[in-house]
Design a protein around this ligand. Sequence first.
Ligand code: GLY
Ligand code: MN
Length: 464
Amino acid sequence: MFAPSTYVERRQTLMKKIGSGLILLPGNTFSPNNYPNNAYYFRQDSTFRYFFGLNNPTLVGLIDADAGVSMLFGDDFTVEDIIWTGPQPTLRELGAEVGVTQTYPFAAVAECLRRAVDQGRRIHFLPPYRGETKIQLQEWLGLTPMMVQECRSVELMFAVAEMREKKSEEEIVEMEKAFQLGYQMHTLAMKMCRPGVVEREIAGAVEGIAKGYGQGVSFPTIVSQHGETLHNLNCDGVLEAGRLLLVDGGAETVSGYCSDHTRTYPVSGRFSDRQRDIYNIVLKAHDDVAAMVAPGMMYQEVHLAAYRSLAEGLIGVGLLKGTVDQIIESGAMTMLMPHGLGHGLGMDVHDCEAMGERSYDFSTLLDQAARSATCVHRATWRLEPGTVLTDEPGIYFIPALIDKCRAEGKYAGLVNYDLLADYYDFGGIRIEDDLLVTPTGNRMLGGEQHIPITVEELEAVVGK
Ligand code: GLY
Ligand code: MN
């Protein structure tokens, strides 16, 4: 947790941006696994944590932008609770840690909101992503489930995303700690990688580092010889010489900041010629992006640059034909890299995407998104100093997708489908690092230290 002044200043900035009304920021509750006292590991809502700092369940933050005050709602622990949890700080003590003096019992938030609704005051809230929060909002504000979606505050979404995306110096220090966890995770996976090992053994060991030295993983670790499946969570495969292993993993620090890295390397520790060729095409795209990212650029430009770099490389090995412009124009790259180049990173691994990037139609907001330079809509996201984004190009040979495109006659004359057929057992390659946009360009998190990435570096460490 940072000093109380950090949270006080953040809330003041938010009030200024929003101007008037109440800003409702519910924290998360425990989510039961099979019954209430056996809950999933607690994960705080990142926006609540950003403005109110606390990593405790069942708290609600409320900011009155007109009166300029912040309030915290929650219940002090009873003796019955303490039997199970041990002594806990009071709500007043928790509030003091983050510069909030107005603290109230949890039930009071409902009264406070009802009064505000009766008075016709605007209540700003973000689109909820958890069932518990959706139900709370319905009850507190007297909304139907559909109205909860419709009444989300677009002003608050933009204001929060603008603030959370631009990392301060003290946040960058935490992001560097997250990098260190990622470094340990990935170098351990490389050392463990050899024929006969089960993917699950590597996933477990890697997640142990995230849990042992941080809060846990920033998302379920992907350890798979089927790298062509973008988010392959099946890790029952037994490692076989001749195949590639893709490991996509990251950690959250105890303070709640995330890393996200991917490496792909041969199980045997030696790249075949064909694997090396494709690997170096992806690595060049990764390096091209890292060389070009600078403040003021649009995410879409960077994404397109990665596609261009990959297309050039694939023409070189004969898998694509024609010119780079023709290939980009045709959309053929979406068959071989069916995802965006990267995403924001911070207190969430897809930072600020809880604002609803995938859940809402943003077509009516595109202009606003482009002007505001936030990640609320990725295609209109302008990179600014303090933005952290992942640089994660890939090439994936997905037989079902390639077959479908071929059958539909797509990209005719631009894709060498006959040659591609030889790659159906290849898998996929993704390489991912985390870039911080600086006032003059960017730098990779980790600084001088980097996770082994070149063919030579990987061959020197895998299985050793
Ligand atoms: N590393 C997981 C993702 O970017 O979606
Ligand atoms: Mn990622």
